[in-house]
Unconditional design. Sequence first.
Length: 435
Amino acid sequence: MKIFDRQREKITAALLAGAMSVLMLMSGCGSAESGTAVTPEPEAEIHSESEPAKKPRAPVMKLRPAAVLRGEKIKAEELVFKCESTGKTEFAFAEEPDTSKTGEYPVTVTAKDSYGNVSRENSTLLVADLIIEADKKTSRYELVNRIVKADAETFAKTAVEDKAWKAKNIGANAFYMIYGSEQYNNFERYLVAVMIKDTEAPVIHAPAKNYYVGDAVSYLKNVSATDDYTENPSVTVDKSAVDPEKAGEYPVIYSAVDDDGNESSLEVTFTFTDKTITEEQVSEVCNPIFEKIFTDDMNEAEKVRAIYDYCYNNIAYYGGSDKTDYLAEAYRGMTEGKGDCFTFFATAYYMLKAIGVDVLEVERSSPNVSTPHYWCLVNLGTGWYHLDACNMGPDHGNAFMATTYTLYRIDPGYWAFNENLYPEVATERFVMPEK
């Protein structure tokens, strides 16, 4: 089967131009020279005679699958999505790929910098009759329409033969479809390479935080971003509007960008309040309680269970609370033994922090429930879990180190929360560690 020369030239030009544009704009490894990428030369370093200059590390490449039309040539750098290197870097195939037959072929790309350092990475090359670009939201129906428009004559001919499409994914960024029966050789089968373009920005997970005036502030702790293609996108923070020495609410803006240049931002509120009670006052009340509920042979998880049981069994749900002052409510929970859900949360939160546990405040966010509710997210090294020691609410008593799925099965509205604002919660059931 043969594609019109004009169509082949158009697709080839678009593919090469698009690949080179991505390399030049996003990876920092592009160059106008064939097979070469240029990184600015570092400034000369001064070394003493007794201390020889250190040789830079070899280039670090990130490759993605690429596609080429049957019979056409492709350059090694078209598979290089990202590269970290020092000085001039040259890319080449370890073995020149054969593009005379359609199919899926493994290839190895080498990168050599100006210091002679060489690195190798493996990827996949699709040799195709037709190349189509799409994104994750492109439907199969739309793909077929694009194929028909691109090569109507060939598609019509193969469609008359009533053969079935077969598809195979190549990582997250490409897949191909074959039209033709199994007995056909590669020349008689029609292979369409579909190159997936990433258009979705990272999702930032960053909770709102409460501090007391004068406290040390951690802006990036328990903040992360997830992306459908880029692993662990970097997150930056704009805290220029915050005055940690003055009570008030301040916007903090987080930003993240993935390897494809898709950007996202998230604004959260940092609240600073004046202390009405000191840490020392709360500690004086808390330490005797720890002496009663802890034993010398307890591990961390058992101490967390003891804190949960203490709050659940020793605080009565009664009245309201000051939801801007967790220290005062923790003190109230331990001395008066009464309060609302925020008092239960504040008492557990303070105790968990006191024993060094990684803990976060969670606030309910539900379109169907207007009243607030508060509980903890706890991480004991095996992932984040919900801990709600309040002894009121649906099926209370079952929210110790619970997964989101467990709580949503009980009541999805009661524990509804904005999952994008918090670290990803574990999906496996929590198991108490053995001693």
